[in-house]
Design a protein around this ligand. Structure first.
Ligand SMILES: [Zn+2]
Length: 418
């Protein structure tokens, strides 16, 4: 398999090797990319998107009944609780450890990007260690995926990271957690012999110096479902270094793998928008519902700046249709099942609507080469004041400009969907 520099990794690797060999998993070399992987089935490739030639899992045999995302969530919760995991409540997506500039020059992410960050008080502030196996369903935001949304299916800027955490777990315990996850996949109806696992040795740094990670990625017919990490040697100032078994999957991806439907967005919903391939509209509205529900207000920096970027993505996808207005309550209700949100659905919708109008009006006034007026509270007010004021723009000129501004984007997004 792979080799690490010390006793812990060799023990883990030995235990994994035995566990997998006992269950007939075999080491192979990917016929496409040449990396080492382990699989039970006949596959000659590592199961990545590239090496599989796309999302081939969609042609695997499936059950007819569709599983909704909320059903997948409930089924996942009850599986891990019945297996003896203790449920930790989901944390706010606003990361309290973001750029707080402590003596270790800690610079953590703006938003929560993984469930394991719930344990930051333990790793960073050296709070007392929580014993036992934990289960967390953590909403996360990963802004680096924004450009991929709608171009390659399977990517979204927000999703639910379902994970198990076990602090100071031994390599033996970690392998038991892996076993539990593989059973979970069978339990929800995925055939484990259609998966491939790809090991990798990494040296992350969470702000106190580097440590080690034996990571295992689990691929299912082109779709990476999750990663199973064993972190060890995590530096601590006041006590001995720590380990953590951290296994995280994407709930939406798991639901897609189970349903094997055309799009990743089908289970995210609403169905109509997904069937019409309005993926960028859905994704930006869903992430904005989460950000605004978490109490963020548009501003020039930090999370407020991210709010503005997502509002721009929403406007680029929606351009004057206002089709997002009914999506905000839909997504707000989903996030509200996981999180204590600080704004209700109407407050979120109004806030997003205002930011959307502000951007739409700025875009229109730029196209018309007229100066922005604060009194333009909505787009209709802007258009009325242009036509009744002394701008010298006729109604047909205005019609032409607006149509070109709005149509341009429509045609571009239609092109993307072909
Ligand atoms: Zn490969």
């Amino acid at each position: 398999m792979l080799s690490g520099p010390d006793g812990t990794s060799s023990e883990l690797i030995e235990r994994l090797r035995t566990y997998l060999a006992d269950r007939n998993w075999k080491r192979k070399i990917c016929a496409v990319c040449g990396i080492e992987f382990i699989a039970k089935g006949q596959s000659d490739n590592c199961g990545s998107y590239k090496c599989s030639g796309g999302y081939v899992f969609r042609s695997f045999s499936r059950r007819k009944r569709f599983t909704l995302l909320k059903e997948m969530m409930t089924e996942t919760f009850s599986y891990f609780i019945s297996e003896g995991y203790r449920k930790l409540p989901s944390a706010s997506i606003l990361n309290p450890y973001s750029r707080r500039g402590d003596s270790n020059n800690l610079e953590d992410t703006l938003f929560i990007v993984a469930g394991v960050q719930a344990l930051n008080p333990i790793f960073i502030d050296e709070a007392p260690v929580t014993e036992g196996a934990l289960f967390i369903a953590q909403p996360v935001i990963r802004t680096q995926y924004a450009d991929m949304v709608g171009k390659i299916d399977g990517f979204s800027t927000s999703f639910v990271n379902i994970c198990t955490e076990d602090l100071n777990a031994s390599p033996k315990r970690h392998v038991e957690h892996i076993d539990r996850w593989l059973s979970y996949l069978s339990h929800i109806g995925l055939f484990v012999n259609q998966t491939s696992i790809v090991p990798e040795f990494l040296t992350p740094d969470w702000g106190k110096g580097t440590f080690n990670n034996v990571a295992i990625y689990l691929n299912y017919g082109g779709l990476q479902l999750g990663d199973m990490s064993f972190f060890y040697g995590i530096p601590q100032r006041t006590r001995k270094e720590m380990t953590v078994s951290d296994i995280g999957f994407g709930l939406e991806r798991v639901a897609w793998a189970v349903n094997k439907s055309t799009s990743y967005f089908d289970a995210i919903g609403p169905f109509i928008e997904s069937f019409l391939e309005k993926y960028r509209l859905m994704d930006s509205a869903r992430t904005l519902a989460l950000i605004s529900g978490s109490g963020v207000t548009p501003s020039k920096e930090g999370t407020g700046y991210r709010f503005r970027k997502f509002a721009q993505m929403l406007l680029d996808a929606d351009k004057g249709d206002f089709g997002f207005l009914h999506l905000i309550p839909y997504y707000h209700s989903f996030w509200g099942n996981l999180l204590q949100l600080s704004r209700n659905s109407d407050e979120c919708r109004n806030l997003i609507y205002r930011e959307y109008l502000r951007r739409l009006n700025a875009q229109l006034s730029a196209a018309l080469r007229i100066e922005w007026q604060n009194s333009w509270s909505d787009t209709e007010a802007l258009l009325e004041s242009i036509l009744t004021g002394s701008y010298g723009i006729s109604v047909d000129q205005l019609r032409g400009v607006i149509a070109s501004v709005l149509r341009e984007e429509k045609e571009r997004s239609a092109g993307n969907n072909l």
